[in-house]
Ligand binder design. Structure first.
Ligand code: CMP
Length: 137
């Protein structure tokens, strides 16, 4: 059993597809262990994506992630990290397999609908970034 962090990004929240995306998780064997809608501050987004601080797209990424509320969720299940990434599809929606969340709901590599932890180690850190022990019990 694994846990992973999912973020439904501002583009998908604005489009009104929170329920449709959460349904993809639940219909594919991932339980929603915790979830909440939050407005990130610039500092939140800069800290969360600190690993990308030197990348040329960092400032645009931070601007986008604070452009509206996001929905953060902890997904739980067998192989949750890999399963979530398969359900999301490729980072660039133009390369995402048909039927994936990004193929169906994302516009471009910046507004790409969802984020998911890319390893179990990062999942532990990303979950702790957003959720307290009380919210996870
Ligand atoms: P995400 O999974 O949230 O992780 C970092 C985000 O940076 C990524 O999704 C994309 O939305 C965004 N991004 C923009 N340009 C690139 C790029 N060239 N390579 C990777 N991620 C990018």
């Amino acid at each position: 059993m694994e846990r992973t962090l999912s973020i439904i990004k501002p583009d998908a929240v604005a489009k009104g597809v929170i329920g449709k995306i959460l349904d993809r998780f639940e219909s594919n064997g991932l339980k929603i262990a915790a979830t909440k809608k939050v407005q990130l501050t610039r500092k939140d987004a800069e800290c969360f994506y600190a690993i990308h601080a030197e990348r040329p797209f960092f400032n645009d990424l931070v601007d986008f992630m604070i452009s509206g509320p996001v929905v953060v969720s902890v997904l739980e299940g067998e192989d949750a990290v890999a399963k979530n990434r398969k359900l999301m599809g490729a980072t660039n929606p133009k390369e995402a397999e048909a039927g994936t969340i990004r193929a169906d709901f994302a516009e471009n590599i910046d507004a790409n609908a969802v984020h998911g932890s890319d390893s179990l180690e990062n999942a532990v850190n990303e979950i702790a970034f957003f959720f307290s022990q009380r919210e996870l019990s």
